[in-house]
Design a protein around this ligand. Structure first.
Ligand code: FAD
Length: 556
């Protein structure tokens, strides 16, 4: 029988093993995992810091014993692969399961590498006691132990990405802890655009978390009482009895590298459409591989659990020759979601900023609709940004932040992207609606309508980020079309106030029909109506602020 060996027993590895067994009863399937656990929910680790998951055992989805009993999979924990010898098709392993280090050779016919990625430690934190990432059950245990000590009064979370935010939210349940986030970028969740993250910053600060943006750790010192303090490059001091690091990850591709397998972006293992490496008997899946991306011409580093699990399954399908296995693995789109206290942030595809860095031109629309009918109790405003190619209307990305209904909007757009739909197709999507769940025109439809209008040149958008360039000679005439009370509560510098309902009667105040005019309201709709009045009255260069004053205010 075929001997399938899998290196790594968590996300992709165990998916591959279980699928392989379901496809073939005779194959010898061996899973080698260097850690103490296989099949654990690494995505659930942050929730075991607070009280959301109070029983750590719940994170262990399968134990070796049950995998052996149910699936006849030879699961070996504390077994580290040291070397892949492709010539003899053998692995050199060290087995630490019995306490000693027992070196062995293990032959394979087919090999799947699912060694994942490891948290990057900045040099200043290397070798530092009390600085740890959160990737394993053991690291979780160390964090919990440290938190129980009376001397642990402060935690600094380094990195405001998905994991950093989850960690800090769960830490905030522990009374009396001084919490800080240190993030090098200008905003949390760097894969998103900065015009989306303002509400997240407010939410984080509202929960008494000190948020240090655009800075990193310069050095570590002790204060008068011998307590650890991080001195940041911007001069701030951050108390840090415990430091949890989540600044990013690097693929664990050392075995592949030494085996001479082809590597790609950031040291990831290169694979073909069937997840085979440059050696056709060796597959690689999950965080260790770079992924073909639906939006970018080049492969991307997308480390997500869903991809790892599905890739593991697909590798097994290819090895055992199912129909599914003859089909190429679909490109990634990077659909991600995170809970940030009472808000949710989700995204798919690339941000405007990332697209710019890749040299891909983009246009985008931003809407701020309620998550469900505004008249039904409990409606909460969300912000939805959809990014597309101005030439062919292909959807390049979307981001959404709000209190409810965020995940479903991004999931629908992710599905639309994968189905090859255009941004204008979002206008025509028939989505479920009853007042407690949505609106007759869903936020996704609304974004589609605006995008359609942009593509049809029914409206031109002025992007709030253009305000950063500042005014000066030749700067447009800004007209605020909101009501007086709204205008008085805050408006753009130098904006002229002409409420929408008075606009038609006030056109004599704007004699120059060739002048560039930018109108705005609170969220974009009245501005759109105003822009139509002006365009239909012969003003040729009229733009509406995308997302209105709300979007302007979100640019910090
Ligand atoms: P892993 O699941 O990391 O498994 C790799 C395994 O290989 C490890 O257990 C490692 O010990 C083992 N290994 C490495 N080298 C060797 C060797 N030489 N010999 C033997 N074994 C070896 N993704 C989401 O989509 N949503 C989330 O909400 C989410 N939350 C997360 C929260 C946290 C705290 C973390 C750490 C990750 C989260 N992820 C999330 C990412 C997700 O967990 C990964 O994308 C996924 O686990 C990748 O699967 P993998 O098989 O590639 O690697």
């Amino acid at each position: 029988p075929l001997r399938l060996v899998i290196i790594g027993g968590v996300g992709g590895g165990l998916s591959a093993a279980a699928r392989a067994r379901r496809l073939n009863e005779q194959a010898q399937i061996v899973v080698l995992e260097k850690g103490d656990h296989v099949s654990f929910a690494n995505c659930g680790l942050p929730y075991a810091i607070g009280s959301t998951i109070s029983d750590q055992d719940k994170l262990i989805l399968n134990k070796p014993k049950s995998l052996i009993a149910r699936h006849k999979i030879d699961v070996r924990i504390r077994c580290e692969v040291l070397k892949i010898d492709r010539e003899s098709k053998t692995l050199e392993i060290v087995d630490r399961s019995q306490g000693q280090h027992v070196h062995q050779l293990l032959p394979y016919d087919k090999l799947i590498i699912s060694t994942g990625a490891v948290s990057i430690l900045p040099p200043v934190l290397q070798g530092q006691e009390h600085a740890t990432p959160l990737q394993t059950i053991n690291q979780l245990g160390e964090i919990l132990k440290r938190l129980e000590e009376a001397t642990c009064q402060s935690v600094a979370v380094i990195g405001g990405g998905f994991i950093g935010l989850e960690v800090v939210e769960n830490l905030s349940e522990i009374k009396g802890l001084v919490l800080s986030i240190v993030e090098a970028a200008t905003h949390v969740l760097p894969p998103m655009d900065d015009d989306m993250t303002g509400p997240l910053h407010q939410e984080i600060r509202k929960h008494n978390v000190n948020l240090h943006l655009e800075t990193t750790i310069d050095r570590i010192e002790k204060d008068d009482q011998g307590k650890r303090i991080l001195i940041l490059k911007n001069g701030s001091n951050v108390p840090a009895d415990l430091i949890i690091v989540a600044i990013g990850i690097a693929p664990v591709s050392i075995l592949a590298k030494h085996a001479g397998l082809e590597l790609g972006l950031r040291g990831t293992v290169k694979v073909n459409d069937f997840l085979q490496t440059s050696d056709k008997d060796i597959y690689a899946v999950g965080d260790v591989v770079s992924k073909k991306h639906l939006v970018s011409p080049d492969p991307a580093f997308v480390a997500l659990a869903g991809l790892a699990n599905r890739q593991g399954r697909s590798a097994a399908d290819h090895i055992f020759g199912t129909l599914k296995g003859t089909k190429p693995f679909k490109p990634a789109v990077g659909t991600a979601v995170v809970k940030v206290f009472s808000l949710t942030a989700a995204s798919v595809g690339f941000s405007v900023r990332s697209l710019k860095m890749m040299g891909i031109e983009s246009q985008w629309v931003t809407v701020h609709p309620p998550n469900h009918a505004g008249y039904y109790p409990g409606a909460k405003q969300m912000t939805l940004k959809v990014i597309f190619c101005p030439q062919d209307a292909k959807i390049l990305g979307a981001q959404c932040v709000g209190a409810a209904g965020v995940d479903k909007r991004i999931d629908v757009i992710a599905t639309a992207m994968q189905a090859g739909m255009l941004v204008s197709d979002l206008a025509d999507l028939e989505l479920s609606y009853a007042p407690p769940y949505g609106s007759a025109k869903d936020p996704i439809n609304m974004a589609g309508f605006v995008a359609e209008n942009v593509l049809d040149d029914i409206v031109s958008l002025f992007q709030p980020e253009e305000l950063r360039k500042g005014g000066g000679a030749g700067s447009p005439l800004f007209i605020d079309v909101r009501e007086r009370s709204e205008f008085e509560a805050g408006h753009l510098k130098d904006a002229v106030h002409i409420p929408l309902d008075s606009l038609r009667a006030s056109l004599h105040r704007i004699p120059d029909k060739e002048r560039e005019i930018v109108v705005y309201c609170q969220v974009g709709f009245r501005g759109y109506l105003a822009s139509r009045i002006l365009r239909n009255s012969g003003y040729r260069k009229v733009k509406n602020v995308n997302g209105g004053f709300k979007s302007v205010s979100s640019i910090e």
